[in-house]
Design a protein around this ligand. Structure first.
Ligand code: GLA
Length: 393
Protein backbone atom coordinates (compact mmCIF):
# COMPACT_ATOMS: atom_id res chain seq x y z
CA UNK A 1 0.00 0.00 0.00
CA UNK A 2 2.80 2.40 0.92
CA UNK A 3 4.31 1.95 -2.56
CA UNK A 4 1.02 3.00 -4.14
CA UNK A 5 0.78 6.01 -1.88
CA UNK A 6 4.29 7.09 -2.87
CA UNK A 7 3.43 6.72 -6.55
CA UNK A 8 0.33 8.78 -6.01
CA UNK A 9 2.29 11.43 -4.12
CA UNK A 10 4.70 11.70 -7.05
CA UNK A 11 1.82 12.10 -9.49
CA UNK A 12 0.30 14.88 -7.41
CA UNK A 13 3.41 16.75 -6.34
CA UNK A 14 6.30 15.72 -8.64
CA UNK A 15 9.21 13.27 -8.86
CA UNK A 16 11.27 13.98 -5.76
CA UNK A 17 13.94 11.80 -4.18
CA UNK A 18 13.80 12.93 -0.56
CA UNK A 19 10.43 11.52 0.37
CA UNK A 20 9.56 10.37 3.90
CA UNK A 21 6.75 8.10 5.08
CA UNK A 22 4.94 8.11 8.41
CA UNK A 23 2.15 6.29 10.20
CA UNK A 24 -0.10 7.19 13.12
CA UNK A 25 -2.74 4.85 14.57
CA UNK A 26 -6.34 5.32 15.61
CA UNK A 27 -7.31 4.39 19.14
CA UNK A 28 -10.01 2.56 20.99
CA UNK A 29 -10.75 3.19 24.65
CA UNK A 30 -11.43 0.00 26.60
CA UNK A 31 -12.82 1.75 29.68
CA UNK A 32 -12.63 5.15 31.40
CA UNK A 33 -14.94 7.33 29.32
CA UNK A 34 -15.34 11.06 29.84
CA UNK A 35 -12.90 10.84 32.71
CA UNK A 36 -9.84 12.41 31.07
CA UNK A 37 -10.90 16.06 31.33
CA UNK A 38 -12.17 15.22 34.84
CA UNK A 39 -8.63 14.45 35.96
CA UNK A 40 -9.33 10.71 36.13
CA UNK A 41 -8.01 7.48 34.64
CA UNK A 42 -8.47 6.19 31.10
CA UNK A 43 -7.49 2.86 29.57
CA UNK A 44 -7.13 3.20 25.80
CA UNK A 45 -4.95 1.41 23.26
CA UNK A 46 -3.63 2.25 19.83
CA UNK A 47 -5.01 0.28 16.88
CA UNK A 48 -3.11 -1.35 14.06
CA UNK A 49 -4.88 0.82 11.53
CA UNK A 50 -4.63 4.58 11.21
CA UNK A 51 -3.31 7.35 8.99
CA UNK A 52 -0.37 7.24 6.58
CA UNK A 53 1.55 10.21 5.23
CA UNK A 54 4.00 10.63 2.35
CA UNK A 55 5.94 13.88 2.76
CA UNK A 56 8.51 16.08 1.10
CA UNK A 57 10.02 19.18 2.67
CA UNK A 58 9.81 22.33 0.57
CA UNK A 59 12.24 25.24 0.26
CA UNK A 60 9.56 27.92 0.56
CA UNK A 61 6.87 28.61 3.15
CA UNK A 62 4.02 26.81 1.41
CA UNK A 63 2.16 23.74 2.67
CA UNK A 64 0.31 21.65 0.10
CA UNK A 65 -1.87 18.91 1.54
CA UNK A 66 -3.91 16.23 -0.14
CA UNK A 67 -6.02 13.53 1.48
CA UNK A 68 -7.12 10.42 -0.34
CA UNK A 69 -10.05 10.32 2.06
CA UNK A 70 -11.32 13.67 0.77
CA UNK A 71 -10.34 13.51 -2.89
CA UNK A 72 -13.09 15.90 -3.93
CA UNK A 73 -11.45 18.67 -1.88
CA UNK A 74 -8.27 18.46 -3.96
CA UNK A 75 -4.96 19.93 -2.78
CA UNK A 76 -5.38 22.36 0.10
CA UNK A 77 -2.69 25.01 0.18
CA UNK A 78 -1.68 27.50 2.86
CA UNK A 79 1.38 29.45 3.97
CA UNK A 80 3.48 29.44 7.11
CA UNK A 81 2.66 33.16 7.35
CA UNK A 82 -1.08 32.59 7.40
CA UNK A 83 -1.90 29.86 9.89
CA UNK A 84 -5.49 30.75 10.69
CA UNK A 85 -8.55 28.52 10.93
CA UNK A 86 -10.50 28.57 7.68
CA UNK A 87 -13.73 26.67 7.31
CA UNK A 88 -13.06 25.96 3.66
CA UNK A 89 -9.76 24.28 4.52
CA UNK A 90 -11.83 21.55 6.15
CA UNK A 91 -9.71 18.62 7.43
CA UNK A 92 -6.47 20.55 6.76
CA UNK A 93 -7.28 22.70 9.79
CA UNK A 94 -6.02 19.83 11.97
CA UNK A 95 -2.48 19.82 10.52
CA UNK A 96 -2.56 23.61 10.37
CA UNK A 97 -3.49 23.83 14.05
CA UNK A 98 -0.58 21.59 15.03
CA UNK A 99 1.92 23.59 12.95
CA UNK A 100 0.63 26.83 14.49
CA UNK A 101 0.82 25.43 18.03
CA UNK A 102 4.41 24.25 17.46
CA UNK A 103 5.38 27.68 16.15
CA UNK A 104 3.68 29.39 19.09
CA UNK A 105 5.94 27.34 21.35
CA UNK A 106 9.06 28.53 19.58
CA UNK A 107 9.76 25.36 17.67
CA UNK A 108 11.68 26.35 14.56
CA UNK A 109 9.57 25.38 11.58
CA UNK A 110 11.18 27.27 8.75
CA UNK A 111 9.59 25.93 5.58
CA UNK A 112 6.48 24.19 4.35
CA UNK A 113 6.02 20.67 2.98
CA UNK A 114 3.96 18.69 0.51
CA UNK A 115 2.00 15.80 1.97
CA UNK A 116 -0.38 13.09 0.88
CA UNK A 117 -2.48 11.48 3.60
CA UNK A 118 -4.43 8.27 3.55
CA UNK A 119 -6.36 6.96 6.53
CA UNK A 120 -8.01 3.59 6.98
CA UNK A 121 -9.76 4.64 10.19
CA UNK A 122 -13.39 5.50 9.47
CA UNK A 123 -13.66 9.30 9.78
CA UNK A 124 -15.72 10.73 12.61
CA UNK A 125 -16.40 7.28 14.07
CA UNK A 126 -14.95 7.89 17.50
CA UNK A 127 -11.70 6.07 16.75
CA UNK A 128 -9.73 9.33 16.80
CA UNK A 129 -9.08 10.00 13.16
CA UNK A 130 -8.45 13.62 14.15
CA UNK A 131 -5.95 12.86 16.93
CA UNK A 132 -4.29 10.44 14.53
CA UNK A 133 -3.63 13.12 11.91
CA UNK A 134 -2.60 15.65 14.57
CA UNK A 135 0.04 13.40 16.10
CA UNK A 136 1.12 12.31 12.63
CA UNK A 137 1.83 15.94 11.73
CA UNK A 138 3.72 16.41 15.00
CA UNK A 139 5.95 13.44 14.16
CA UNK A 140 6.50 14.81 10.64
CA UNK A 141 7.48 18.22 12.04
CA UNK A 142 9.88 16.70 14.55
CA UNK A 143 11.57 14.68 11.84
CA UNK A 144 11.73 17.34 9.10
CA UNK A 145 12.99 20.09 11.38
CA UNK A 146 15.03 18.03 13.81
CA UNK A 147 13.05 19.34 16.75
CA UNK A 148 14.15 18.63 20.28
CA UNK A 149 10.81 17.51 21.67
CA UNK A 150 9.59 14.26 23.16
CA UNK A 151 6.35 12.41 22.43
CA UNK A 152 4.51 13.45 25.59
CA UNK A 153 5.17 17.11 24.82
CA UNK A 154 4.00 16.61 21.25
CA UNK A 155 0.86 14.95 22.54
CA UNK A 156 0.17 17.98 24.75
CA UNK A 157 0.62 20.38 21.83
CA UNK A 158 -1.74 18.31 19.71
CA UNK A 159 -4.38 18.49 22.42
CA UNK A 160 -3.83 22.23 22.61
CA UNK A 161 -4.32 22.50 18.85
CA UNK A 162 -7.61 20.61 19.15
CA UNK A 163 -8.76 22.82 22.05
CA UNK A 164 -7.64 26.23 20.83
CA UNK A 165 -7.48 25.96 17.06
CA UNK A 166 -10.33 23.54 16.34
CA UNK A 167 -12.41 24.59 19.35
CA UNK A 168 -13.22 21.17 20.83
CA UNK A 169 -12.46 21.08 24.55
CA UNK A 170 -11.25 17.48 24.47
CA UNK A 171 -9.09 15.86 27.11
CA UNK A 172 -5.69 14.31 26.46
CA UNK A 173 -6.67 10.66 26.06
CA UNK A 174 -6.84 10.40 22.27
CA UNK A 175 -3.58 12.11 21.43
CA UNK A 176 -1.83 10.24 24.24
CA UNK A 177 -3.03 6.84 23.06
CA UNK A 178 -2.15 7.63 19.45
CA UNK A 179 1.32 8.93 20.33
CA UNK A 180 2.31 6.56 23.12
CA UNK A 181 0.55 3.31 22.13
CA UNK A 182 2.38 -0.01 22.37
CA UNK A 183 1.63 -3.27 20.62
CA UNK A 184 -0.60 -5.66 22.59
CA UNK A 185 -0.79 -3.24 25.51
CA UNK A 186 -3.35 -0.76 26.76
CA UNK A 187 -2.27 2.39 28.60
CA UNK A 188 -3.51 3.13 32.09
CA UNK A 189 -3.15 6.90 32.10
CA UNK A 190 -3.75 9.19 35.05
CA UNK A 191 -4.90 12.27 33.17
CA UNK A 192 -4.18 14.52 36.12
CA UNK A 193 -0.50 13.69 36.65
CA UNK A 194 0.10 12.09 33.23
CA UNK A 195 1.69 9.12 34.98
CA UNK A 196 1.07 6.05 32.88
CA UNK A 197 1.58 2.33 32.83
CA UNK A 198 1.45 -0.18 29.97
CA UNK A 199 -0.77 -3.13 30.77
CA UNK A 200 -0.65 -6.29 28.62
CA UNK A 201 -4.06 -7.13 27.17
CA UNK A 202 -4.01 -10.91 27.17
CA UNK A 203 -7.26 -12.15 25.72
CA UNK A 204 -6.27 -15.74 24.80
CA UNK A 205 -9.25 -17.09 22.86
CA UNK A 206 -11.05 -13.74 22.65
CA UNK A 207 -10.75 -10.58 20.57
CA UNK A 208 -11.61 -6.92 20.61
CA UNK A 209 -14.46 -6.27 18.20
CA UNK A 210 -15.28 -2.70 17.20
CA UNK A 211 -18.68 -1.90 15.72
CA UNK A 212 -19.33 1.37 13.95
CA UNK A 213 -22.88 2.77 14.14
CA UNK A 214 -22.23 4.64 10.89
CA UNK A 215 -24.35 7.42 12.29
CA UNK A 216 -23.40 10.93 11.24
CA UNK A 217 -22.45 12.77 14.38
CA UNK A 218 -23.69 16.28 13.65
CA UNK A 219 -23.75 18.38 16.79
CA UNK A 220 -21.49 16.09 18.77
CA UNK A 221 -18.81 18.70 19.44
CA UNK A 222 -21.11 21.18 21.13
CA UNK A 223 -22.73 18.44 23.23
CA UNK A 224 -19.25 17.28 24.23
CA UNK A 225 -18.34 20.78 25.39
CA UNK A 226 -21.64 20.92 27.34
CA UNK A 227 -20.81 17.74 29.25
CA UNK A 228 -17.44 19.11 30.18
CA UNK A 229 -18.97 22.40 31.31
CA UNK A 230 -21.48 20.53 33.53
CA UNK A 231 -18.67 18.70 35.30
CA UNK A 232 -16.76 21.93 35.81
CA UNK A 233 -19.89 23.56 37.23
CA UNK A 234 -20.27 20.65 39.66
CA UNK A 235 -16.66 21.11 40.81
CA UNK A 236 -17.32 24.82 41.33
CA UNK A 237 -20.40 24.04 43.40
CA UNK A 238 -18.40 21.63 45.57
CA UNK A 239 -15.64 24.18 46.02
CA UNK A 240 -18.11 26.85 47.08
CA UNK A 241 -19.12 24.47 49.83
CA UNK A 242 -15.63 23.86 51.10
CA UNK A 243 -14.70 20.73 49.14
CA UNK A 244 -11.31 21.67 47.82
CA UNK A 245 -10.78 19.83 44.55
CA UNK A 246 -9.65 20.75 41.08
CA UNK A 247 -11.18 17.72 39.37
CA UNK A 248 -13.95 15.23 40.08
CA UNK A 249 -11.35 12.51 39.57
CA UNK A 250 -9.89 13.39 42.95
CA UNK A 251 -12.94 12.00 44.76
CA UNK A 252 -13.60 8.35 45.52
CA UNK A 253 -17.18 7.11 45.23
CA UNK A 254 -17.39 7.13 49.01
CA UNK A 255 -16.12 10.70 49.36
CA UNK A 256 -18.48 11.81 46.61
CA UNK A 257 -21.39 10.24 48.46
CA UNK A 258 -20.67 12.51 51.43
CA UNK A 259 -20.61 15.76 49.46
CA UNK A 260 -22.91 15.20 46.51
CA UNK A 261 -25.83 16.98 48.22
CA UNK A 262 -23.98 20.24 47.60
CA UNK A 263 -24.67 19.82 43.89
CA UNK A 264 -28.23 21.09 43.56
CA UNK A 265 -28.62 20.86 39.81
CA UNK A 266 -29.94 17.39 38.91
CA UNK A 267 -28.15 17.25 35.59
CA UNK A 268 -24.79 18.29 37.03
CA UNK A 269 -25.23 15.69 39.75
CA UNK A 270 -25.75 12.92 37.21
CA UNK A 271 -22.75 14.00 35.14
CA UNK A 272 -20.55 14.19 38.23
CA UNK A 273 -21.74 10.79 39.46
CA UNK A 274 -20.71 9.20 36.19
CA UNK A 275 -17.28 10.86 36.25
CA UNK A 276 -16.54 9.67 39.80
CA UNK A 277 -17.88 6.14 39.39
CA UNK A 278 -16.32 5.61 35.98
CA UNK A 279 -12.97 6.63 37.35
CA UNK A 280 -13.15 4.08 40.15
CA UNK A 281 -14.48 1.46 37.72
CA UNK A 282 -11.50 2.01 35.46
CA UNK A 283 -9.02 1.36 38.25
CA UNK A 284 -10.91 -1.76 39.24
CA UNK A 285 -11.10 -2.96 35.63
CA UNK A 286 -7.35 -2.70 35.24
CA UNK A 287 -6.70 -4.59 38.43
CA UNK A 288 -9.02 -7.46 37.44
CA UNK A 289 -7.46 -7.57 33.99
CA UNK A 290 -4.01 -7.85 35.55
CA UNK A 291 -5.34 -10.72 37.63
CA UNK A 292 -6.55 -12.43 34.45
CA UNK A 293 -10.24 -12.03 35.26
CA UNK A 294 -11.58 -11.05 31.84
CA UNK A 295 -15.14 -11.97 32.78
CA UNK A 296 -15.16 -9.29 35.47
CA UNK A 297 -13.47 -6.83 33.14
CA UNK A 298 -16.37 -7.39 30.72
CA UNK A 299 -18.96 -6.78 33.43
CA UNK A 300 -17.32 -3.47 34.26
CA UNK A 301 -17.43 -2.53 30.56
CA UNK A 302 -21.18 -3.18 30.63
CA UNK A 303 -21.59 -1.04 33.74
CA UNK A 304 -19.61 1.71 32.07
CA UNK A 305 -22.09 1.73 29.19
CA UNK A 306 -25.09 1.89 31.51
CA UNK A 307 -23.59 4.86 33.32
CA UNK A 308 -22.83 6.63 30.03
CA UNK A 309 -26.39 5.94 28.92
CA UNK A 310 -28.28 6.91 32.08
CA UNK A 311 -26.09 9.44 33.88
CA UNK A 312 -23.88 10.97 31.22
CA UNK A 313 -26.48 10.64 28.46
CA UNK A 314 -24.09 10.37 25.56
CA UNK A 315 -25.25 7.12 23.97
CA UNK A 316 -28.48 7.36 21.94
CA UNK A 317 -30.50 4.73 20.10
CA UNK A 318 -27.72 3.66 17.75
CA UNK A 319 -25.06 2.92 20.37
CA UNK A 320 -27.61 1.43 22.76
CA UNK A 321 -29.00 -0.89 20.08
CA UNK A 322 -25.55 -2.17 19.16
CA UNK A 323 -24.57 -2.72 22.79
CA UNK A 324 -27.85 -4.34 23.81
CA UNK A 325 -27.66 -6.70 20.83
CA UNK A 326 -24.06 -7.53 21.78
CA UNK A 327 -25.06 -8.26 25.40
CA UNK A 328 -27.58 -10.84 24.09
CA UNK A 329 -24.97 -12.77 22.12
CA UNK A 330 -23.33 -15.93 23.27
CA UNK A 331 -19.61 -15.36 23.66
CA UNK A 332 -19.82 -11.66 24.51
CA UNK A 333 -17.68 -10.92 27.55
CA UNK A 334 -18.51 -7.21 27.65
CA UNK A 335 -19.68 -4.41 25.39
CA UNK A 336 -19.89 -0.62 25.65
CA UNK A 337 -19.74 2.58 23.65
CA UNK A 338 -16.24 3.99 23.17
CA UNK A 339 -15.02 7.57 22.66
CA UNK A 340 -17.13 10.68 22.98
CA UNK A 341 -20.46 9.01 22.14
CA UNK A 342 -23.47 10.45 20.24
CA UNK A 343 -22.79 7.91 17.51
CA UNK A 344 -19.38 6.52 16.68
CA UNK A 345 -18.36 3.05 17.79
CA UNK A 346 -18.84 0.37 20.39
CA UNK A 347 -16.10 -1.89 21.71
CA UNK A 348 -16.79 -5.48 22.72
CA UNK A 349 -14.73 -8.42 23.90
CA UNK A 350 -15.96 -11.54 22.15
CA UNK A 351 -14.90 -15.19 22.19
CA UNK A 352 -13.21 -16.01 18.88
CA UNK A 353 -15.51 -18.92 18.16
CA UNK A 354 -18.52 -16.60 18.36
CA UNK A 355 -17.25 -13.64 16.35
CA UNK A 356 -18.89 -14.67 13.10
CA UNK A 357 -22.34 -15.12 14.62
CA UNK A 358 -21.81 -11.97 16.73
CA UNK A 359 -21.25 -9.87 13.63
CA UNK A 360 -24.18 -11.41 11.79
CA UNK A 361 -26.72 -11.23 14.63
CA UNK A 362 -25.74 -7.86 16.06
CA UNK A 363 -25.67 -6.39 12.55
CA UNK A 364 -29.14 -7.72 11.75
CA UNK A 365 -30.76 -6.58 15.00
CA UNK A 366 -29.15 -3.17 14.62
CA UNK A 367 -30.49 -2.80 11.10
CA UNK A 368 -34.01 -3.69 12.20
CA UNK A 369 -33.94 -1.14 15.03
CA UNK A 370 -32.25 1.77 13.31
CA UNK A 371 -32.36 1.17 9.57
CA UNK A 372 -28.58 1.58 9.48
CA UNK A 373 -25.87 -0.93 8.57
CA UNK A 374 -23.10 -1.28 11.12
CA UNK A 375 -19.48 -2.04 10.17
CA UNK A 376 -17.39 -4.42 12.24
CA UNK A 377 -13.62 -4.65 12.79
CA UNK A 378 -11.70 -7.26 14.70
CA UNK A 379 -9.02 -5.00 16.14
CA UNK A 380 -5.41 -5.60 17.04
CA UNK A 381 -3.52 -3.36 19.44
CA UNK A 382 -0.68 -1.61 17.63
CA UNK A 383 2.17 0.85 18.21
CA UNK A 384 2.07 4.64 18.44
CA UNK A 385 2.88 7.18 15.70
CA UNK A 386 6.25 6.87 13.99
CA UNK A 387 8.35 7.52 10.93
CA UNK A 388 8.42 4.49 8.65
CA UNK A 389 11.65 3.21 7.19
CA UNK A 390 12.43 5.02 3.98
CA UNK A 391 13.85 2.00 2.11
CA UNK A 392 10.44 1.55 0.47
CA UNK A 393 11.22 4.54 -1.78
C1 GLA B 1 -13.27 12.19 22.96
C2 GLA B 1 -12.22 13.16 23.50
C3 GLA B 1 -11.41 12.52 24.62
C4 GLA B 1 -12.32 11.91 25.68
C5 GLA B 1 -13.40 11.05 25.05
C6 GLA B 1 -14.42 10.57 26.05
O1 GLA B 1 -12.65 11.11 22.34
O2 GLA B 1 -11.35 13.59 22.47
O3 GLA B 1 -10.53 13.47 25.18
O4 GLA B 1 -12.87 12.90 26.50
O5 GLA B 1 -14.09 11.72 24.02
O6 GLA B 1 -13.83 9.71 26.97
Amino acid sequence: MLKDLILEFKKKFGEFEDIGTYFSPGRVNLIGEHTDYNGGFVFPCALDFGTYAVVRKREDKIFRMYSKNFENLGIIEFSLNDLVYKKEDNWANYPKGVIKTFLDHNLAIKTGFDVLFFGNIPNGAGLSSSASIEVLVAVILKSLFDLDIDMVEMVKYCQLAENKFIGVNSGIMDQFAVGMGKKDRAILLDCNSLNYEYVPVVLNNMSIVIANTNKKRGLADSKYNERRASCEAAVEELNKNGVKIKYLGELTVEEFGKVKHFIKDEEQLKRARHAVRENERTKEAVSVLKAGNIEKFGKLMNESHISLRDDYEVTGIELDSLVEAAWDEEGTIGSRMTGAGFGGCTVSIVKNENIESFIKNVGEKYKVKTGLSASFYVANIGNGAKELKSDIN
